[in-house]
Ligand binder design. Structure first.
Ligand code: AMP
Length: 572
């Protein structure tokens, strides 16, 4: 690991991507297969491959204890070092006391040897597992020969390499090392979920033989917002499909053999929270990877998002909740089918494969879509939008029919058309200091509407929407117009009127008005409006009632079953 550490330090010192790739490629070329696969995984900042469920299961305390035993590190010195670096590897590494200095037998820590020790740590089970992990950790530290090596070994253990390499660049270095196409290598990494195996396959010219790693999630493709009523110029290129924008939870489904797993947008396994969806997918033959949205649905009616909240993060879902908030998985994309990794295929083809593979059933639907005319008139989009809203959905997704699936990217291939439920004019009654780069300005505003007796009642808090210049100017104003404390916040003279947009109004005991807004954002400052003319609680109640009647009025019948998709969901 000595050369691994040196390579890390050299890469960290070079700002340029190309230089980093060249250094890494040279190092990769010098390794045999066992060391190559281990080192390639380590360079992504993880001890194990992405598709590997195992983790080391050791925290800082174990590492620090091992360093104290192996090197006699003093707590106070470590504290000072940590404050300076903010990183355990950099803080501990310099304390290394190589075994030769201690006149002890030392083992040589190659990437392959370190990987084997990591496996021992991860596989430790039972009562004495903690002790065993600590002992192996200590053995690893004792085998380190210098500060750089120790620093980077610890960084891998804490999962925090910090040398400016993302997995994509490591893949590029594998490609450069073995003269393969970078795009092919990146794809292979995504499909196989193991950059170590890909590195060996790249060296051997067997990239095409790698198997798809079902069970290892890939990043989600994201959409760029377009403003309702804008000129929709992005839609003048190519042909587009329109889908409803479901108000639920994004999920990627993997099925292989009997095993189904659902992954959230943060790539966590959430299968246990949606057993009825897992069962529905299990009944479908074949191996596949899908993208879609988990939506609360009773019969044919789409339920508003707040119903789903009851299901979030449940480890076990009782029968009662399953009945109360039934969930359907609405699938809109297919990323893999059998041995075919489909993300480079155009959307229309992925849709066709989807329609061929997935038969809709209870708790499992295919998202319907319509083709939009070429260079569509705004009215056409607005009609589709209104129809989607009428069926209880959030808005419209527009996707280019030839769009590849770009994992983890937000681009112009997919657009989302949303419009807020409404806006309210409110007055700021309390302010707080912001966080991060806003720590020195008052950027968090609690705002109120006017109750029926004229009193101001809070309804929400907003952080975003104003420019830095506006926030700076308001900070000065608020500091000059304080009215004492209000909890953690500073109460201010109620004079600054804001227009805030939001998606949903919910009853809530958090605020004095008895309501809360979902996703409030500041649209603009209303210097033209005196606080006496802000919106009233009666107006809030009216918007809430309108929202409820829209949701339940027509029972928000789902487009999924009422409106037949074009064919089986396959484009014509
Ligand atoms: P937003 O949360 O406003 O950034 O919108 C993006 C989210 O819309 C995605 O992460 C999905 O969860 C969701 N979504 C709903 N319907 C669709 C759809 N038909 N295609 C893609 N994403 C969708």
């Amino acid at each position: 690991m000595f050369r691994f550490g040196e390579t890390c330090a050299a890469i960290a010192a070079r700002p340029g991507k190309l230089e980093k790739i060249a250094l890494l490629a040279e190092y990769f070329r010098s390794l045999d297969n066992a060391n190559l696969s281990a080192a390639a995984r380590f360079f992504t900042g993880n001890p194990f491959a992405a598709r590997d469920d195992r983790s080391l299961g050791i925290g800082w305390r174990t590492i620090v204890a091992a360093a104290q035993n192996a090197w006699g590190v003093k707590e106070a010195e470590l504290g000072a070092n940590y404050r300076e670096h903010g990183d355990l590897g950099a803080a501990l590494g310099p304390f290394v006391r190589p075994a030769v200095d201690l006149a002890l037998f030392s083992e040589t820590l190659t990437p392959a040897a370190l990987y084997a020790l990591f496996e021992e740590i991860a596989n430790a089970h039972g009562k004495a597992a903690g002790k065993k992990r600590e002992a192996i950790c200590e053995r690893i530290l004792r085998a380190c020969t210098d500060a750089t090596e120790a620093t980077y070994v610890i960084k891998i253990m804490t999962g925090d390499l910090r040398i400016g390499l993302r997995e994509g660049l490591v893949a590029d270095a594998v490609a450069a090392a073995f003269e393969r196409d970078a795009h092919d290598v990146r794809r292979a990494v995504m499909a196989a979920g193991d950059i170590g195996a890909v590195a060996i396959a790249a060296r051997d010219g067997r990239l095409g033989d790698l198997q798809i790693a079902y069970g290892s999630p890939i990043g989600f493709m994201l959409a760029t917002p377009v403003l309702y009523g804008s000129d929709y110029k992005d839609l003048r290129t190519g042909t587009w499909l329109a889908e409803e924008k479901f108000d639920g939870i994004r999920a990627q489904a993997h099925k292989t053999g009997e095993r189904v797993r659902l992954f959230s947008r943060t790539l966590n396994d959430v299968t246990q929270s949606y057993p009825e969806v897992a069962a529905a997918l299990e009944a479908i033959p074949g191996n596949f990877m899908l993208d879609g949205e988990l939506v609360a649905m009773r019969g044919e009616n789409v339920l508003p998002f707040r119903y789903l909240q009851a299901r979030l993060q449940r480890k076990t879902v009782e029968a009662e909740l399953l009945q109360e908030v039934p969930v359907s998985y609405v699938v809109f994309d297919m990323l893999a089918s059998g041995e075919d990794f489909l993300i480079d295929e155009p959307l229309v083809e992925r849709r066709e494969r989807l329609a061929e593979t997935i038969m809709p059933r209870e708790h499992l639907e295919i998202a319907p879509f319509t083709r939009v005319s070429e260079t569509p008139a705004p009215e056409e989009l607005h009609e589709l939008f209104a129809a989607a809203r009428g069926r209880g959905h959030e808005g419209l997704m527009l996707k280019r029919s030839d769009s590849p699936y770009h994992p983890g990217r937000r681009g112009k291939w997919w657009l989302k058309l949303k419009r807020e439920l409404s806006t309210l004019d409110v007055v700021v009654v309390a302010v707080e200091w912001g966080q991060g780069k806003r720590a020195k300005v008052l950027s968090d505003y609690t705002f109120a509407v006017r109750a029926n007796d004229g009193e101001l009642q809070t309804i929400g808090k907003a952080y975003s929407g104003l420019t830095d210049a506006e926030i700076a100017e308001l900070t000065t104003w608020f500091l000059a117009h304080q009215r004492g404390k209000r909890g953690h916040a500073i109460a201010v003279e109620p004079a600054i009127v804001l227009e805030v947009a939001f998606d949903i109004i919910q009853p809530s005991s958090l605020h004095e008005s008895g309501f809360a807004l979902r996703f409030p954002r500041i649209v603009r400052l209303r210097g033209d409006k005196p606080p006496a003319e802000i919106d009233t609680l009666a107006r809030v109640e009216e918007i809430y009632r309108e929202m409820l009647s829209r949701e339940s009025g027509q029972g928000a019948p789902s487009a999924l079953s009422k409106r037949a998709p074009e064919g089986d969901g396959a484009p014509r």
